[in-house]
Design a protein around this ligand. Structure first.
Ligand code: ATP
Ligand code: MG
Ligand code: FE
Length: 335
């Protein structure tokens, strides 16, 4: 089965072609990061326009690289939420017209379920059930993956997403956008015990909170500036990152143990974070829990992960029609 998938939920225009769900023939990602950098974040209107400009070229490149013709495609998969409505509509309308013209089934995909499915591409032997820790720019969830396409949310952030916290503290220090990769890099030269930032465990549950930590970092920076004291950016990055990583890792391990799972898969852009990978792998070893994560290029937004999730929808008979609309606040496991 050949899947052609389209992703345009935020600031990446991406089209992938997959064989039997897990074999990536091509995964073209055209990122708009440079375009949004000067604004310090994604500007929705600018993103939508750029998707329109990019998408034809991205499709052509994907077909060329995969050496596939449109007539060889069995179905079209497309992100229909969550994301920026204008951005989503570009990919969705494009996918609908392809499906209509080629007379092939259209399969709507939840972007967050796509992030989780990146693990199926990276780990050919991975099968549900398992626990997934979803840590992206807009989401932080602890979820039981009961089966392909079947999710049960155990906990979620009550305020900021983890990626958002990285981006916001980086912005406060003038480090550039997106903040996550920069903070990760600077933290390597810093002391993670230099500053004692708060960790929000929120008692026994599986929920998260990162806005208190973010405020603590901002207050720390302001106090230092007021007192005209030197700020060691590397130490701030390392200490902040440690606070995030400690809570994420411990809660995920706790969930796996209490719910009786021996595999945790990381998903989303923050799954690129080197300290998170290291810490949770270490805790996993101590607790006999296998830790999996996708390579960096499959953690951040890409169409291959959407194609994989779409493939499982397709073989399970989940197919949409031309009335499919963008759902900006679509929840995981929701249809
Ligand atoms: P969502 O998937 O929730 O809709 P999104 O698509 O914008 O949001 P992703 O593409 O999954 O988010 O991830 C982007 C986020 O990942 C950004 O917040 C970015 O800072 C963060 N990120 C990327 N690399 C790293 C890293 N090495 N360390 C920490 N965070 C990182
Ligand atoms: Mg992005
Ligand atoms: Fe994403």
């Amino acid at each position: 089965i050949i899947t052609l998938s389209v992703e345009s939920s935020c600031d990446e225009t991406s089209i992938a072609i997959l064989k039997n769900g897990r074999e990536v023939l091509t995964n073209i990602v055209s990122t708009q990061i440079d375009l949004h950098k000067k604004f310090g974040g994604v500007v929705p209107e600018v993103a939508s326009r750029k998707h329109i400009e990019n998408i034809d070229g991205v499709l052509q490149e994907a077909l060329d690289e995969a050496k596939i013709e449109l007539k060889d495609i069995d179905h079209i998969a497309v992100t229909y939420g969550p994301g920026l409505v204008g951005a989503l509509l570009v990919g969705l309308s494009y996918a609908k017209s392809l499906a209509f013209c080629l007379n092939k089934p259209l399969v709507g995909v939840n972007h967050i379920e796509g992030h989780v499915s990146a693990n199926y591409i990276a780990h050919k032997d991975l099968k549900p059930p398992f626990i997934t820790l979803i840590v992206s720019g807009g989401h932080t969830h602890l979820v039981e993956v009961k089966d392909y396409g079947k999710y049960e949310i155990l906990g979620r952030t009550r305020d900021d997403a983890s990626g958002e916290a990285f981006d916001k503290i980086a912005r406060a220090m003038g480090l550039g956008y997106p903040g996550g990769p920069i903070v990760d890099k600077l933290a390597k030269q810093g002391n993670k015990n230099a500053i004692d930032f708060p960790r929000a465990y929120l008692d026994e549950g599986y929920d998260f909170s990162f806005s208190g930590l973010k405020s603590a970092v901002l207050n720390y920076l302001n106090a230092k500036k007021m007192k005209k004291e030197e700020i060691v950016v590397e130490d701030v990055c390392a200490s902040f990152q440690e606070a995030v990583v400690e809570v994420l890792s411990q809660k995920a391990i706790k969930a796996a143990k209490e719910k009786g799972y021996n595999t945790i898969a990381l998903a989303g852009g923050v799954a690129c974070n080197s300290a998170l990978r290291e810490k949770i792998t270490e805790l996993g070893k101590e607790n006999n829990i296998d830790i999996k994560y996708p390579p960096v290029d499959l953690c951040t937004d890409n169409a291959a992960m959407i194609g994989c999730a779409g493939y499982y929808n397709y073989i399970n008979g989940i197919i949409d029609d031309m009335s499919l609309n963008a759902v900006p606040n679509l929840k995981i496991g929701q249809r």
